[in-house]
Design a protein around this ligand. Structure first.
Ligand code: SAH
Length: 383
């Protein structure tokens, strides 16, 4: 399935020439099918994937363990291409954010967060988002399109090589990938799964499932599909402890309510004793940070193996919500903790370059008109 998508979508040629396949976006199955389709043995898949993802080569001429004839044929039929870099910003705390250009006059964002024991890359899955969570900058922009597999894995590919230059080392700098950038990864299921397959492949990035986290606002049927297709670590954007409030903050809750969501979470970790789901909870002053909310959340958390990550709200232009004060965040955290729930408070990183969670905006050619409505309501408020 995904291989056909990749082959048909990722073309890099004018209409007159035969479409070129972008090998960047082919996972192992797709790559083996591709080589079979041109009469080559399947071990070519490993060779080429290693060149592309481990060595970082995008020119077939450099693939010296392939015959000259094969290199020439590949150059005629295929390309290796990642998104283009529009801008590259380094924060005082070491966080680095890139704005990347993707076809369709759009841009997406990617962020790298270095910590003492790990380096986390936050990757986008869509240009914009359809889910329209009320506190999210990406949601306010509307939705343009899904990213292709090559555009998703191309972010990891770019980051790996740019960070190797920055840190002057061949050692693994990206130790973790989180699908927490722009978009809802489960709404672009096939391409995201293919990209996560490439992240895990030993001939590519060799990351274990536990080091890849997919964050979802709660597309319930797709959580079950993910368990079958690619059971990586799961994070769930809960943000409210009851349906009334969650319907407003995370509108997909009107389709899949908290009960259905938590049942899906339980199914996701059913056969693994150690697995825990991370529940993200954005702290919005006076909205979802009252004592009763903390108690309601504690009660919910007793029904599912998980931990809570409190995210101080990151404001952006035109949004009315405010970040909860530290004392309210700590009070909330303590109630959960005293109820035996594992809880952490996310450190906000990259504030000075607007790289914090929920601030990724890119540049979307909006097809849904939501952005226009948003701008209108903004200017009405200002007047
Ligand atoms: N669509 C996915 C992944 C993208 S957002 C999801 O909803 O999980 C990654 C996380 O950032 C989500 O938990 C999201 O709710 C949160 N987030 C969005 N806007 C935010 C903001 N302004 N401040 C803090 N966190 C935010």
């Amino acid at each position: 399935m995904s291989e056909l998508n990749n082959i048909s979508v990722e073309v890099g040629q004018a209409a007159s020439a035969a479409p070129k396949v972008n090998l960047m976006g082919l996972d192992r199955d797709a790559m083996e099918s591709y080589f079979a389709s041109i009469g080559e043995k399947s071990f070519r898949a490993s060779q080429v994937m290693k060149w592309i993802h481990q060595v970082g080569v995008s020119d077939f001429a450099e693939m010296t363990n392939l015959s000259k004839v094969l290199r020439t044929n590949l150059a005629e039929q295929a390309i290796i291409s990642a998104p283009e870099i529009i801008s590259d910003n380094l924060s005082e705390d070491g966080t680095r954010k890139w704005l990347l250009k993707v076809p369709g006059k759009s841009a997406i964002e990617m962020v790298f967060i270095p910590e003492d024991t790990r380096g986390t890359l936050c990757v986008s899955s869509q240009v914009g988002c359809t889910l329209n969570c009320s506190f999210c900058a990406t949601g306010k922009q509307g939705y343009n399109r899904d990213l292709t597999t090559a555009e998703i894995i191309g972010q990891v590919w770019l980051a790996k090589h740019m960070l190797a230059e920055q840190y002057q080392t061949d050692k693994r700098i990206v130790s973790n990938v989180v699908m927490m950038g722009m978009g809802e990864p489960l709404m672009n299921f096939d391409n995201v799964v293919a990209a996560m397959n490439i992240m895990q492949d030993d001939f590519c990035f060799g990351l274990s499932k536990r080091r890849i986290t997919l964050s979802t606002a709660g597309v319930v049927p797709k959580i079950d599909e993910l368990k079958e297709a690619c059971p990586v670590s799961l994070a769930v954007s809960l943000h409210a402890p009851n349906d009334e409030l969650r319907n407003v903050l995370v509108p997909i809750n009107r389709k899949y309510n908290i009960k259905a969501l938590l049942e899906a979470c339980n199914r996701y970790v059913a056969d693994s004793q150690r697995a825990r789901i991370t529940f993200e909870y954005v702290m919005l002053e006076g909205i979802n940070d009252e004592l009763e909310h903390a108690h309601q959340l504690a009660a919910l958390m007793k029904t599912v193996p998980g931990k809570v990550n409190l995210i101080p709200f990151n404001p952006f232009e035109g949004i009315e919500y405010k970040r909860s004060s530290n004392s309210r965040i700590n009070r909330f955290r303590d109630i959960l903790h005293n109820n035996g729930i594992i809880v952490t408070v996310r450190k906000t990183r990259g504030d000075d370059i607007e790289a914090a969670c929920g601030q990724l905006a890119g540049d979307v050619m909006d097809k849904t008109r939501r952005a226009e409505k948003f701008r209108q309501s903004l200017s009405e408020k200002i007047q």
